[in-house]
Design a protein around this ligand. Structure first.
Ligand code: SF4
Length: 318
């Protein structure tokens, strides 16, 4: 069952040179209780797509077309007051830097109680019990004592767990995890990804994982959508994607993953375009080693590779 549908999302930024398009007909669905990884190099539009869902966009950004359907409602037409009841409570953000969501002046307990009071209308001992449960759920040792800590007394991994606890305390149906482990060391990264997987399987939470790191998504994701320069270029079930990647950009991303010992690490030639560059046809064509005659002239449609697997590349038309 689809819990979230992003349909034909188009977004532009106001710049010195007028409005410049940053998202081009972005389409993806999130299934209930599943993880969708939105993958691509930084600046490809994955975070701005996620922020569009929460309607937390910079003032210069303007959604010019599209729908974002959650619980049969188009979030893009929802008044801000109703959006406030969804943000944090039903759709919660796990940011890259947990300190953007934690207040250094308040204890973890105070911050958990605040969201529990607002979103679950619980008070007193009931709210305190809920706060403790949430911290235990994210496996923070000695949770009862740790409730009294301030954010600076937590490690990076524990801060991320506290943010996840806040989302769980509100019974969020969707977690948007935006590069949630970038600031953490490798062992802690794995622990946070395992925690997100446990939450998905135990509570049926749906997760939209935003990442540049394909290595991170392998075991934890059900579906993968690869984004390049504001477009989704390939979408597939995770196993199918890793067994049978189709789009040259996806293949290049996979080849640039940290190599096994002794293998050479490949890099993708060139740079992704900036928002100020006009690119005709396939937006990957200036960097694509398979580029041929039609690629710079027209935009490739989504070709069906197999069930639930699409790729926007003219090579599938040969
Ligand atoms: Fe490369 Fe052409 Fe496919 Fe784009 S459409 S990825 S340029 S082969």
């Amino acid at each position: 069952m689809k819990i979230l549908e992003v349909k034909n999302l188009n977004l532009s930024f106001k710049t010195e040179n007028g409005f410049r398009q940053a998202l081009f007909d972005v389409n993806f669905d999130l299934e209930k209780g599943k993880t969708l990884a939105l993958v691509g190099e930084s600046g490809c539009g994955k975070s701005i797509s996620a922020m569009s869902i929460l309607k937390l966009l910079p003032k210069t950004a303007k959604i010019t077309a599209g729908e974002i359907i959650f619980n049969s409602q188009n979030l893009l037409t929802l008044p801000e007051k109703e959006m406030q009841n969804i943000r944090g409570a039903k759709i919660a953000l796990i940011p890259q830097d947990p300190m953007t969501s934690l207040n250094p002046l308040y204890t973890i307990e105070n911050q958990l109680l605040e969201v529990i009071k607002i979103h679950q209308q619980l008070q007193g001992d009931d709210a305190k019990r809920k706060a403790l449960e949430a911290l235990e759920m994210v496996q923070i040792p000695c949770a009862k004592e740790r409730l009294k800590s301030y954010p600076h007394e937590f490690s990076g991994g524990m801060k991320q767990r506290a943010i996840i606890a806040m989302a769980l305390a509100c019974k969020a149906e969707i977690l948007i995890a935006d590069e949630p482990t970038t600031a953490l060391d490798v062992t802690i990264q794995a622990q946070i990804m395992n925690l997100l997987s446990d939450i998905k399987s135990q509570m049926g939470t749906s997760i939209l994982l935003i990442t540049h790191d394909l290595g991170l998504v392998g075991e934890s994701s059900d579906e993968i959508a690869v984004m390049y320069a504001g477009r989704i270029v390939e979408k597939a079930q995770a196993k199918d994607f890793f067994d049978n990647p189709n789009h040259p950009y996806s293949k290049a991303l996979l080849n640039s993953m940290p190599a096994k010992r002794g293998e050479t690490l490949e890099t993708i030639q060139g740079q992704p375009p900036t928002i100020h560059q006009d690119i005709s046809g396939c937006r990957f064509h200036p960097r694509c080693s398979y580029c041929f005659e039609p690629c710079s002239k027209s935009v490739p449609e989504n070709y069906v590779i197999s069930e639930n697997h699409i790729s926007a590349c003219f090579l599938n038309n040969k």
